[in-house]
Ligand binder design. Structure first.
Ligand code: SF4
Length: 170
């Protein structure tokens, strides 16, 4: 049975920057939880950031790969550079995934850590751009498939494919 790394906030845990959770009640996710295959993780908390914390965005809306490569930075609304904490949290997420042989992640859309198709543009004005966050980018670089909470049917199809031919994607 494939284990799935899931953003902790999607399970309702109050780990978001605003001190709240963002529970996803979708039947697919609830089914995976009931099957015991969900591994919750919050990279920002793991990276040492407090909850609540100021909102953060990636400078110029560049994707997480640019932060990992030192070409951009994650900055809080007050201007503090928190790239080191974001990168540390991403590395911990990857280490956890690799320890548990996880090949699929469901991450919260829009986050500078977990966003997988959309992130904010770095201006703190609510504008989004296509791109991914730091953890999503690092997991992808390691070959882990990343889906958002809006792509659960696609994730389920991918998991079914992995389970139908367990060696195919190793
Ligand atoms: Fe949720 Fe990811 Fe943000 Fe943690 S870092 S609160 S898991 S979106």
């Amino acid at each position: 049975m494939e284990a799935i790394l899931v953003s902790s906030c999607l399970l309702g845990n109050p780990v978001r920057y605003d001190g709240a959770g963002k529970r996803c009640g979708h039947a697919l996710l609830q089914g995976w939880i009931a099957e015991g295959r969900v591994v919750p993780f919050c990279p920002e908390v793991a990276g040492g950031l407090p909850t609540p914390r100021p909102p953060a965005e990636i400078r110029h809306g560049l994707g997480g790969a640019h932060v990992l490569a030192g070409r951009s930075a994650v900055v809080e609304s007050g201007g503090k550079d928190v790239s080191a904490e974001f990168i540390d949290g991403a590395r911990q997420a990857l280490a956890m995934a690799q320890r548990k042989h996880i090949r699929v992640a469901i991450l919260k859309e829009g986050s500078p850590s977990c966003g997988s198709t959309l992130i904010y543009d770095g201006s703190f004005s609510g504008q989004t751009l296509a791109g991914d966050g730091v953890t999503a980018a690092l997991l992808r670089q390691a070959g882990i498939a990343v889906f958002s909470e809006a792509q659960l049917p696609e994730a389920a199809a991918y998991i079914a494919q992995l389970e139908a031919s367990p060696q195919a994607h190793r």
